[in-house]
Design a protein around this ligand. Structure first.
Ligand SMILES: [Zn+2]
Length: 347
């Protein structure tokens, strides 16, 4: 894998290559831009290039490139959240503990075997403010061998004190043709499969790469069914069936919260498509173009202002489940009721 995989990100790639070839590598970088457009891939490639012992870094063939690629290079550290002691799962935020243990305690040491010490903080919008503050000193007095790469979809979620101390690289959103090209280069699949994968992952390539496309297809199917049910006109909707469906989503397996979040994200993506088809069908291409008939039918029953309200309600529900830890099945149940109130809502 080399820089060529980052199609459509020429500006960012050019800037990184220039830093490497001129030897003027910064102490800290922020890669920001929409989800799934190559930021994490770029961080991995940059780390490889920083450690590479070959002639055209990242050469992809030297032992250093190989180790970074397998995630076993001792001087390339991807900061991980702590495990929650009660559930054994990763915490949703990265606090002071992991930053102290994984970054600060090592940041002033020499690299063990590589040329530099590279720290990658992915999903940096989940790093807590105190944890960022603890990083500040390192950012102010970087040791010459240390490179910190902060990856985030949302630059504004980071403290300005951190942002101002880093080189910032913007990754732009990719159009469908670019996404298709990248996917087929990596996966080598047929055109029809590509479009389907892009749709199912709502355009976030990162997800498309490791998508279990059958599971995603099933999830979309139930999300679509859910929206069809919710958008039935008053008197025709089978609310009991909708509540049963909501309960089924929430009750699936042992990972209810993650399932419900995935389901809500899928609903958000479909609603966005429905709204796009209602507002500007000739301009905006829906991600889920293969089911556009069904989406149009839902949109015509819902109406534009109702759809906008509905998007907000679903976004709030996703936030409740993801960040405030409300009970997933109760949240879904009340979402059914509140969405019903937005169907055909005027004004
Ligand atoms: Zn190499």
């Amino acid at each position: 894998m080399d820089w060529g995989i980052l199609q459509g990100q020429d500006a960012a790639v050019e800037s990184l290559r220039r830093d490497i070839s001129s030897g003027r590598v910064g102490g800290a970088y922020i890669f920001f831009g929409p989800e799934g457009v190559g930021k994490a891939t770029a961080a991995g490639l940059f780390a490889r290039a920083l450690e590479c012992e070959g002639e055209a870094p990242p050469c992809g063939a030297c032992p250093a490139c190989e180790k970074v690629g397998r995630g076993v290079h001792p001087d390339v550290i991807t900061v991980r959240p702590e495990k929650d002691k009660s559930t054994g799962q990763d915490r949703k935020t990265i606090g002071v503990g992991p930053i102290r243990e994984q970054v600060l305690q090592r940041a002033h040491q020499r690299p063990q075997e590589g040329r530099r010490l590279v720290f990658i903080v992915d999903n940096a919008h989940t790093v807590t403010l105190p944890a960022f503050n603890s990083l500040l000193k390192t950012l102010e007095e970087p040791s010459p061998d240390t490179v910190l790469i902060i990856v985030t979809p949302n630059l504004h979620a980071l403290p300005p004190t951190v942002v101002s101390r880093c080189r910032r690289l913007r990754f732009r959103s990719l159009n469908r043709a670019e996404q298709r090209e990248i996917l087929s280069a990596v996966l080598g699949e047929g055109e029809a499969d590509m479009d389907r994968l892009i749709s199912l992952s709502l355009g976030r390539l990162g997800q498309a790469f490791d998508a279990d496309s059958r599971a995603l297809a099933e999830q979309r199917e139930s999300a679509l069914e859910f929206l069809e049910g919710v958008s039935e006109p008053p008197g025709k909707a089978d609310e009991a069936a909708l509540l049963t469906m909501a309960a089924a989503v929430a009750g699936r397996g042992g990972s209810a919260r993650r399932d419900v979040l995935g389901f809500l994200e899928m609903i958000l993506g479909l609603l966005r498509d429905i709204l796009a088809l209602e507002v500007a069908p000739d301009v905006l291409e829906p991600w889920n173009a293969d089911v556009d008939k069904a989406l149009r039918a839902i949109g015509s029953r819902w109406g534009v202002s109702g759809l906008i309200q509905a998007l907000d309600r679903v976004r709030f529900a996703a936030r409740d489940v993801g960040e405030i830890n409300t009970n997933p099945s109760l949240t879904l149940e009340s979402l059914v009721i509140s969405l019903r109130g937005t169907v055909g809502a005027g004004g």
